[in-house]
Design a protein around this ligand. Structure first.
Ligand code: ADP
Ligand code: MG
Length: 396
């Protein structure tokens, strides 16, 4: 069911509680914000609220303070960066609930922006305590959720508050739901999913759900080893989850039953050790020897993947093709990203590492959608309902 968005709500002159995911990465040494893309992601919603003269109350968590005040996780630097990006003042509330916070809200003029303190300084946030949720909700007239990255968590500021306020999606949330929901429900075909990453166990639910929807499933990365071993290939000392071999066999069977093209690597880069400088070579998948580790997909595999993806009109990618953190084993992943950036297809990227690589290669603009969700994106793709989304008002 489509959800109401900011555009459907009457926000003029209203107090709007805007839940964002400003959980930005901080430099361990200096505490500086090392990547502000999560702040940038919610600028369209904030601009809209400013233009509509709403009284804007911003709420987010930052890091894992575990229910108590942590000086290193205060929202002030985030509010300052937001202020720079907006070119507008952003005031800081002393907390996210309580008398002084209510006073700060009272002082808000139309179009003003107030940033609440880290909502996870209160243990009641993560336990979704009704009293806490009600107090948070009492600050505002309307709730707007733009925190797609936190939508898989039923917390007070994502779900609890919706019991007390009309709740709609912000523009970032709306864009994520349209991009990923569209992919799941009505993709242009042929539709392919490219998967990689370290472990099969992390991604089994995703593979299962994708098998029901895609025309092609391309598997690389560490998880390919488990599928290769399930087909009786020697995979040496590669990361294999032996307890997942039967499941891998079932999935291979399921793919053939559903006539999904399931592509596994035909050649791989192997190394004696998983070390940046370890000797490495390309071998066909049938020639892997007992003492080596698979560290990347090979060039033939890339060609195979490329010719398959060139036929597709929709592609979702999650998970690196190799141990990309080591530059010599990053080739497969980087070639894939380059390929995706040139295809004339709908391209959606999900997952922490995968989206990091696209951003680092500065190719985000060449993709249809680079999801901001991490865990939320993966759960959504697995077909698990996201509590933060379910709680929003349905479109009429
Ligand atoms: P994402 O965050 O995009 O969902 P994952 O977290 O599932 O991706 O996987 C990322 C990790 O997978 C990376 O740390 C990468 O080194 C690892 N990986 C990829 N290929 C291999 C491989 N062949 N062997 C071991 N680890 C791998
Ligand atoms: Mg990851």
């Amino acid at each position: 069911m489509p959800k109401q968005s900011l555009r459907d709500a009457e926000v003029q002159r209203k107090r709007v509680l805007l839940r964002v995911d400003f959980n930005v990465p901080l430099d361990m040494g200096t505490g500086a914000i090392s990547d502000d893309s999560r702040i940038r992601g919610s600028l369209p919603s904030i601009r809209y609220l400013v233009d509509h003269r709403a009284k804007i109350i911003i709420c987010s968590h930052l890091g894992r303070p575990k229910g108590k005040v942590d000086e290193k996780l205060r929202m002030k630097p985030v509010a300052e960066r937001l202020s720079q990006l907006m070119g507008l003042p952003v005031s800081m509330a002393p907390d996210c609930v309580g008398r002084q916070t209510r006073e700060s809200v009272k002082e808000l003029g139309e179009g003003d922006i107030l940033c609440l303190e880290n909502v996870r300084f209160h243990r009641e946030e993560e336990t979704n305590d009704p009293g806490f949720a009600q107090e948070l909700a009492s600050l505002a007239d309307i709730f707007v959720n733009d925190a797609f990255g936190t939508a898989h968590r039923a917390h007070a500021s994502t779900v609890g508050v919706t019991n007390y306020l009309p709740a709609v999606a912000g523009f970032l949330m709306e864009r994520e739901l349209e991009a990923i929901g569209g992919l799941l429900n009505d993709p242009k075909r042929p539709f392919a999913c490219v998967m990689g990453g370290a472990k099969v166990s992390d991604k089994m639910g995703l593979v299962e759900n994708m098998l029901k929807r895609v025309n092609s499933l391309l598997i690389g990365g560490g998880m390919a080893a488990t599928f290769l071993k399930a087909q009786r290939y020697e995979v040496g000392r590669s990361l294999v989850e032996d307890d997942k071999l039967d499941l891998a066999k079932e999935l291979l069977h399921e793919a053939s039953k559903r006539e999904v093209h399931l592509l596994l690597p035909v050649d791989v880069v192997v190394a004696d050790k998983v070390e940046a400088q370890a000797p490495a070579e390309v071998v066909p998948t049938g020639k892997i020897t007992p003492k080596v580790h698979i560290v990347d997909i090979g060039p033939q595999t890339m060609e195979l993947f490329s010719s398959e993806l060139n036929k597709c009109r929709t592609i979702i990618w999650n998970g690196p093709m190799g141990i990309y953190e080591m530059p010599r084993f990053a080739q497969g992943t980087r070639s894939l990203v380059t390929l995706l950036s040139t295809l004339n297809a709908t391209t959606v990227i999900g997952g922490g590492s995968s989206t990091d690589i696209v951003r680092e290669m500065r190719l985000s603009d060449k993709m249809t959608h680079v999801s901001t969700g991490g865990g939320a994106t993966l759960e959504f793709l697995e077909g698990i309902p996201l509590p933060g989304v379910e709680a929003l008002l349905d479109k009429m």
